[in-house]
Design a protein around this ligand. Structure first.
Ligand SMILES: NC(=O)c1ccc[n+]([C@@H]2O[C@H](COP(=O)([O-])OP(=O)(O)OC[C@H]3O[C@@H](n4cnc5c(N)ncnc54)[C@H](OP(=O)(O)O)[C@@H]3O)[C@@H](O)[C@H]2O)c1
Length: 205
């Protein structure tokens, strides 16, 4: 697939090589395309990558979402958009109360991207763990929780999680992403897919 990654920092810079290794095409959309140094990946403006991509992954500070959404414009219409963002208290975004009120960061991000099929993904795992644990062979696969409102988009997201070397665990609608946001028991724990499924059944009980 043609995967556009918005943001080439810790999380964006980690996911790109994993997807390139799986045979996908990757381009980074950033404010400084000339500074992107990911072998095999292209780079361009956010707007141009939004147009080019079949699937987008947004890997920017949550607070930059409105600005990036404006740059992406209508290019996101009908596309799967993976949202990797976290609400980090005191850091981003400035209007944390609005994020909480809207029903969590996934729903809040989606509210800025009308027409996109947003799936919360890859927000729970520290980038260095993603780098070292992709395709783990000495134990159960690392689990990546997903939440989204569109069944086909969730299918695509699950495929991209597997291609990156992890096992997806679907929590349900986008609003269910609140169960794996910053501050929940499964955030930044390196939980296996099996552990995530156990946690999900507790959440549902
Ligand atoms: N780090 C992790 O281990 C990790 C793991 C899971 C999820 N996350 C989440 O992923 C998101 C990104 O975190 P990160 O650690 O990757 O951050 P980071 O290393 O600081 O990278 C952020 C990227 O966003 C770009 N950016 C910032 N503001 C922008 C704007 N207005 N328009 C376009 N690009 C902009 C930055 O580019 P410039 O050079 O232009 O500033 C940079 O490439 C956060 O929500 C974080 O909570 C992080």
């Amino acid at each position: 697939m043609k995967i556009g990654i918005i943001g080439a920092g810790m999380i964006g810079g980690t996911l790109g090589p994993l997807w390139l290794k799986a045979g996908h095409e990757v381009r980074y959309g950033t404010r400084h395309p000339e500074q992107v140094q990911v072998p095999g990946a292209g780079s361009d403006t956010v707007a141009a990558v939004g147009q080019w991509a079949e699937v987008l992954a947004i890997a920017i500070p949550l607070g930059a979402t409105p600005e990036v959404a404006q740059a992406l414009g209508s290019s996101v219409q009908g596309k799967v958009v993976l949202d990797t963002g976290n609400l980090i208290a005191g850091k981003e975004p400035t209007d944390a109360a609005a994020v909480a009120k809207s029903g969590g960061s996934g729903v809040w991000v989606a509210s800025h991207l009308p027409g996109a099929h947003v799936v919360k993904a890859f927000n729970t795992v520290y980038f260095k763990i993603l780098q070292s644990q992709s395709g783990r062979t000495d134990g159960p696969q690392l689990g990546i929780p997903l939440a989204g409102d569109d069944a086909a988009a969730l299918d695509t997201a699950q495929g991209l999680v597997r291609d990156a070397g992890f096992e997806p665990v679907v929590f349900g609608a986008l609003s269910q992403a609140i169960h794996f946001e910053n501050g929940t028991p499964v955030w930044n724990t390196g939980a296996s897919a099996e552990a995530l499924r156990r946690y999900l059944s507790e959440v549902r009980a």
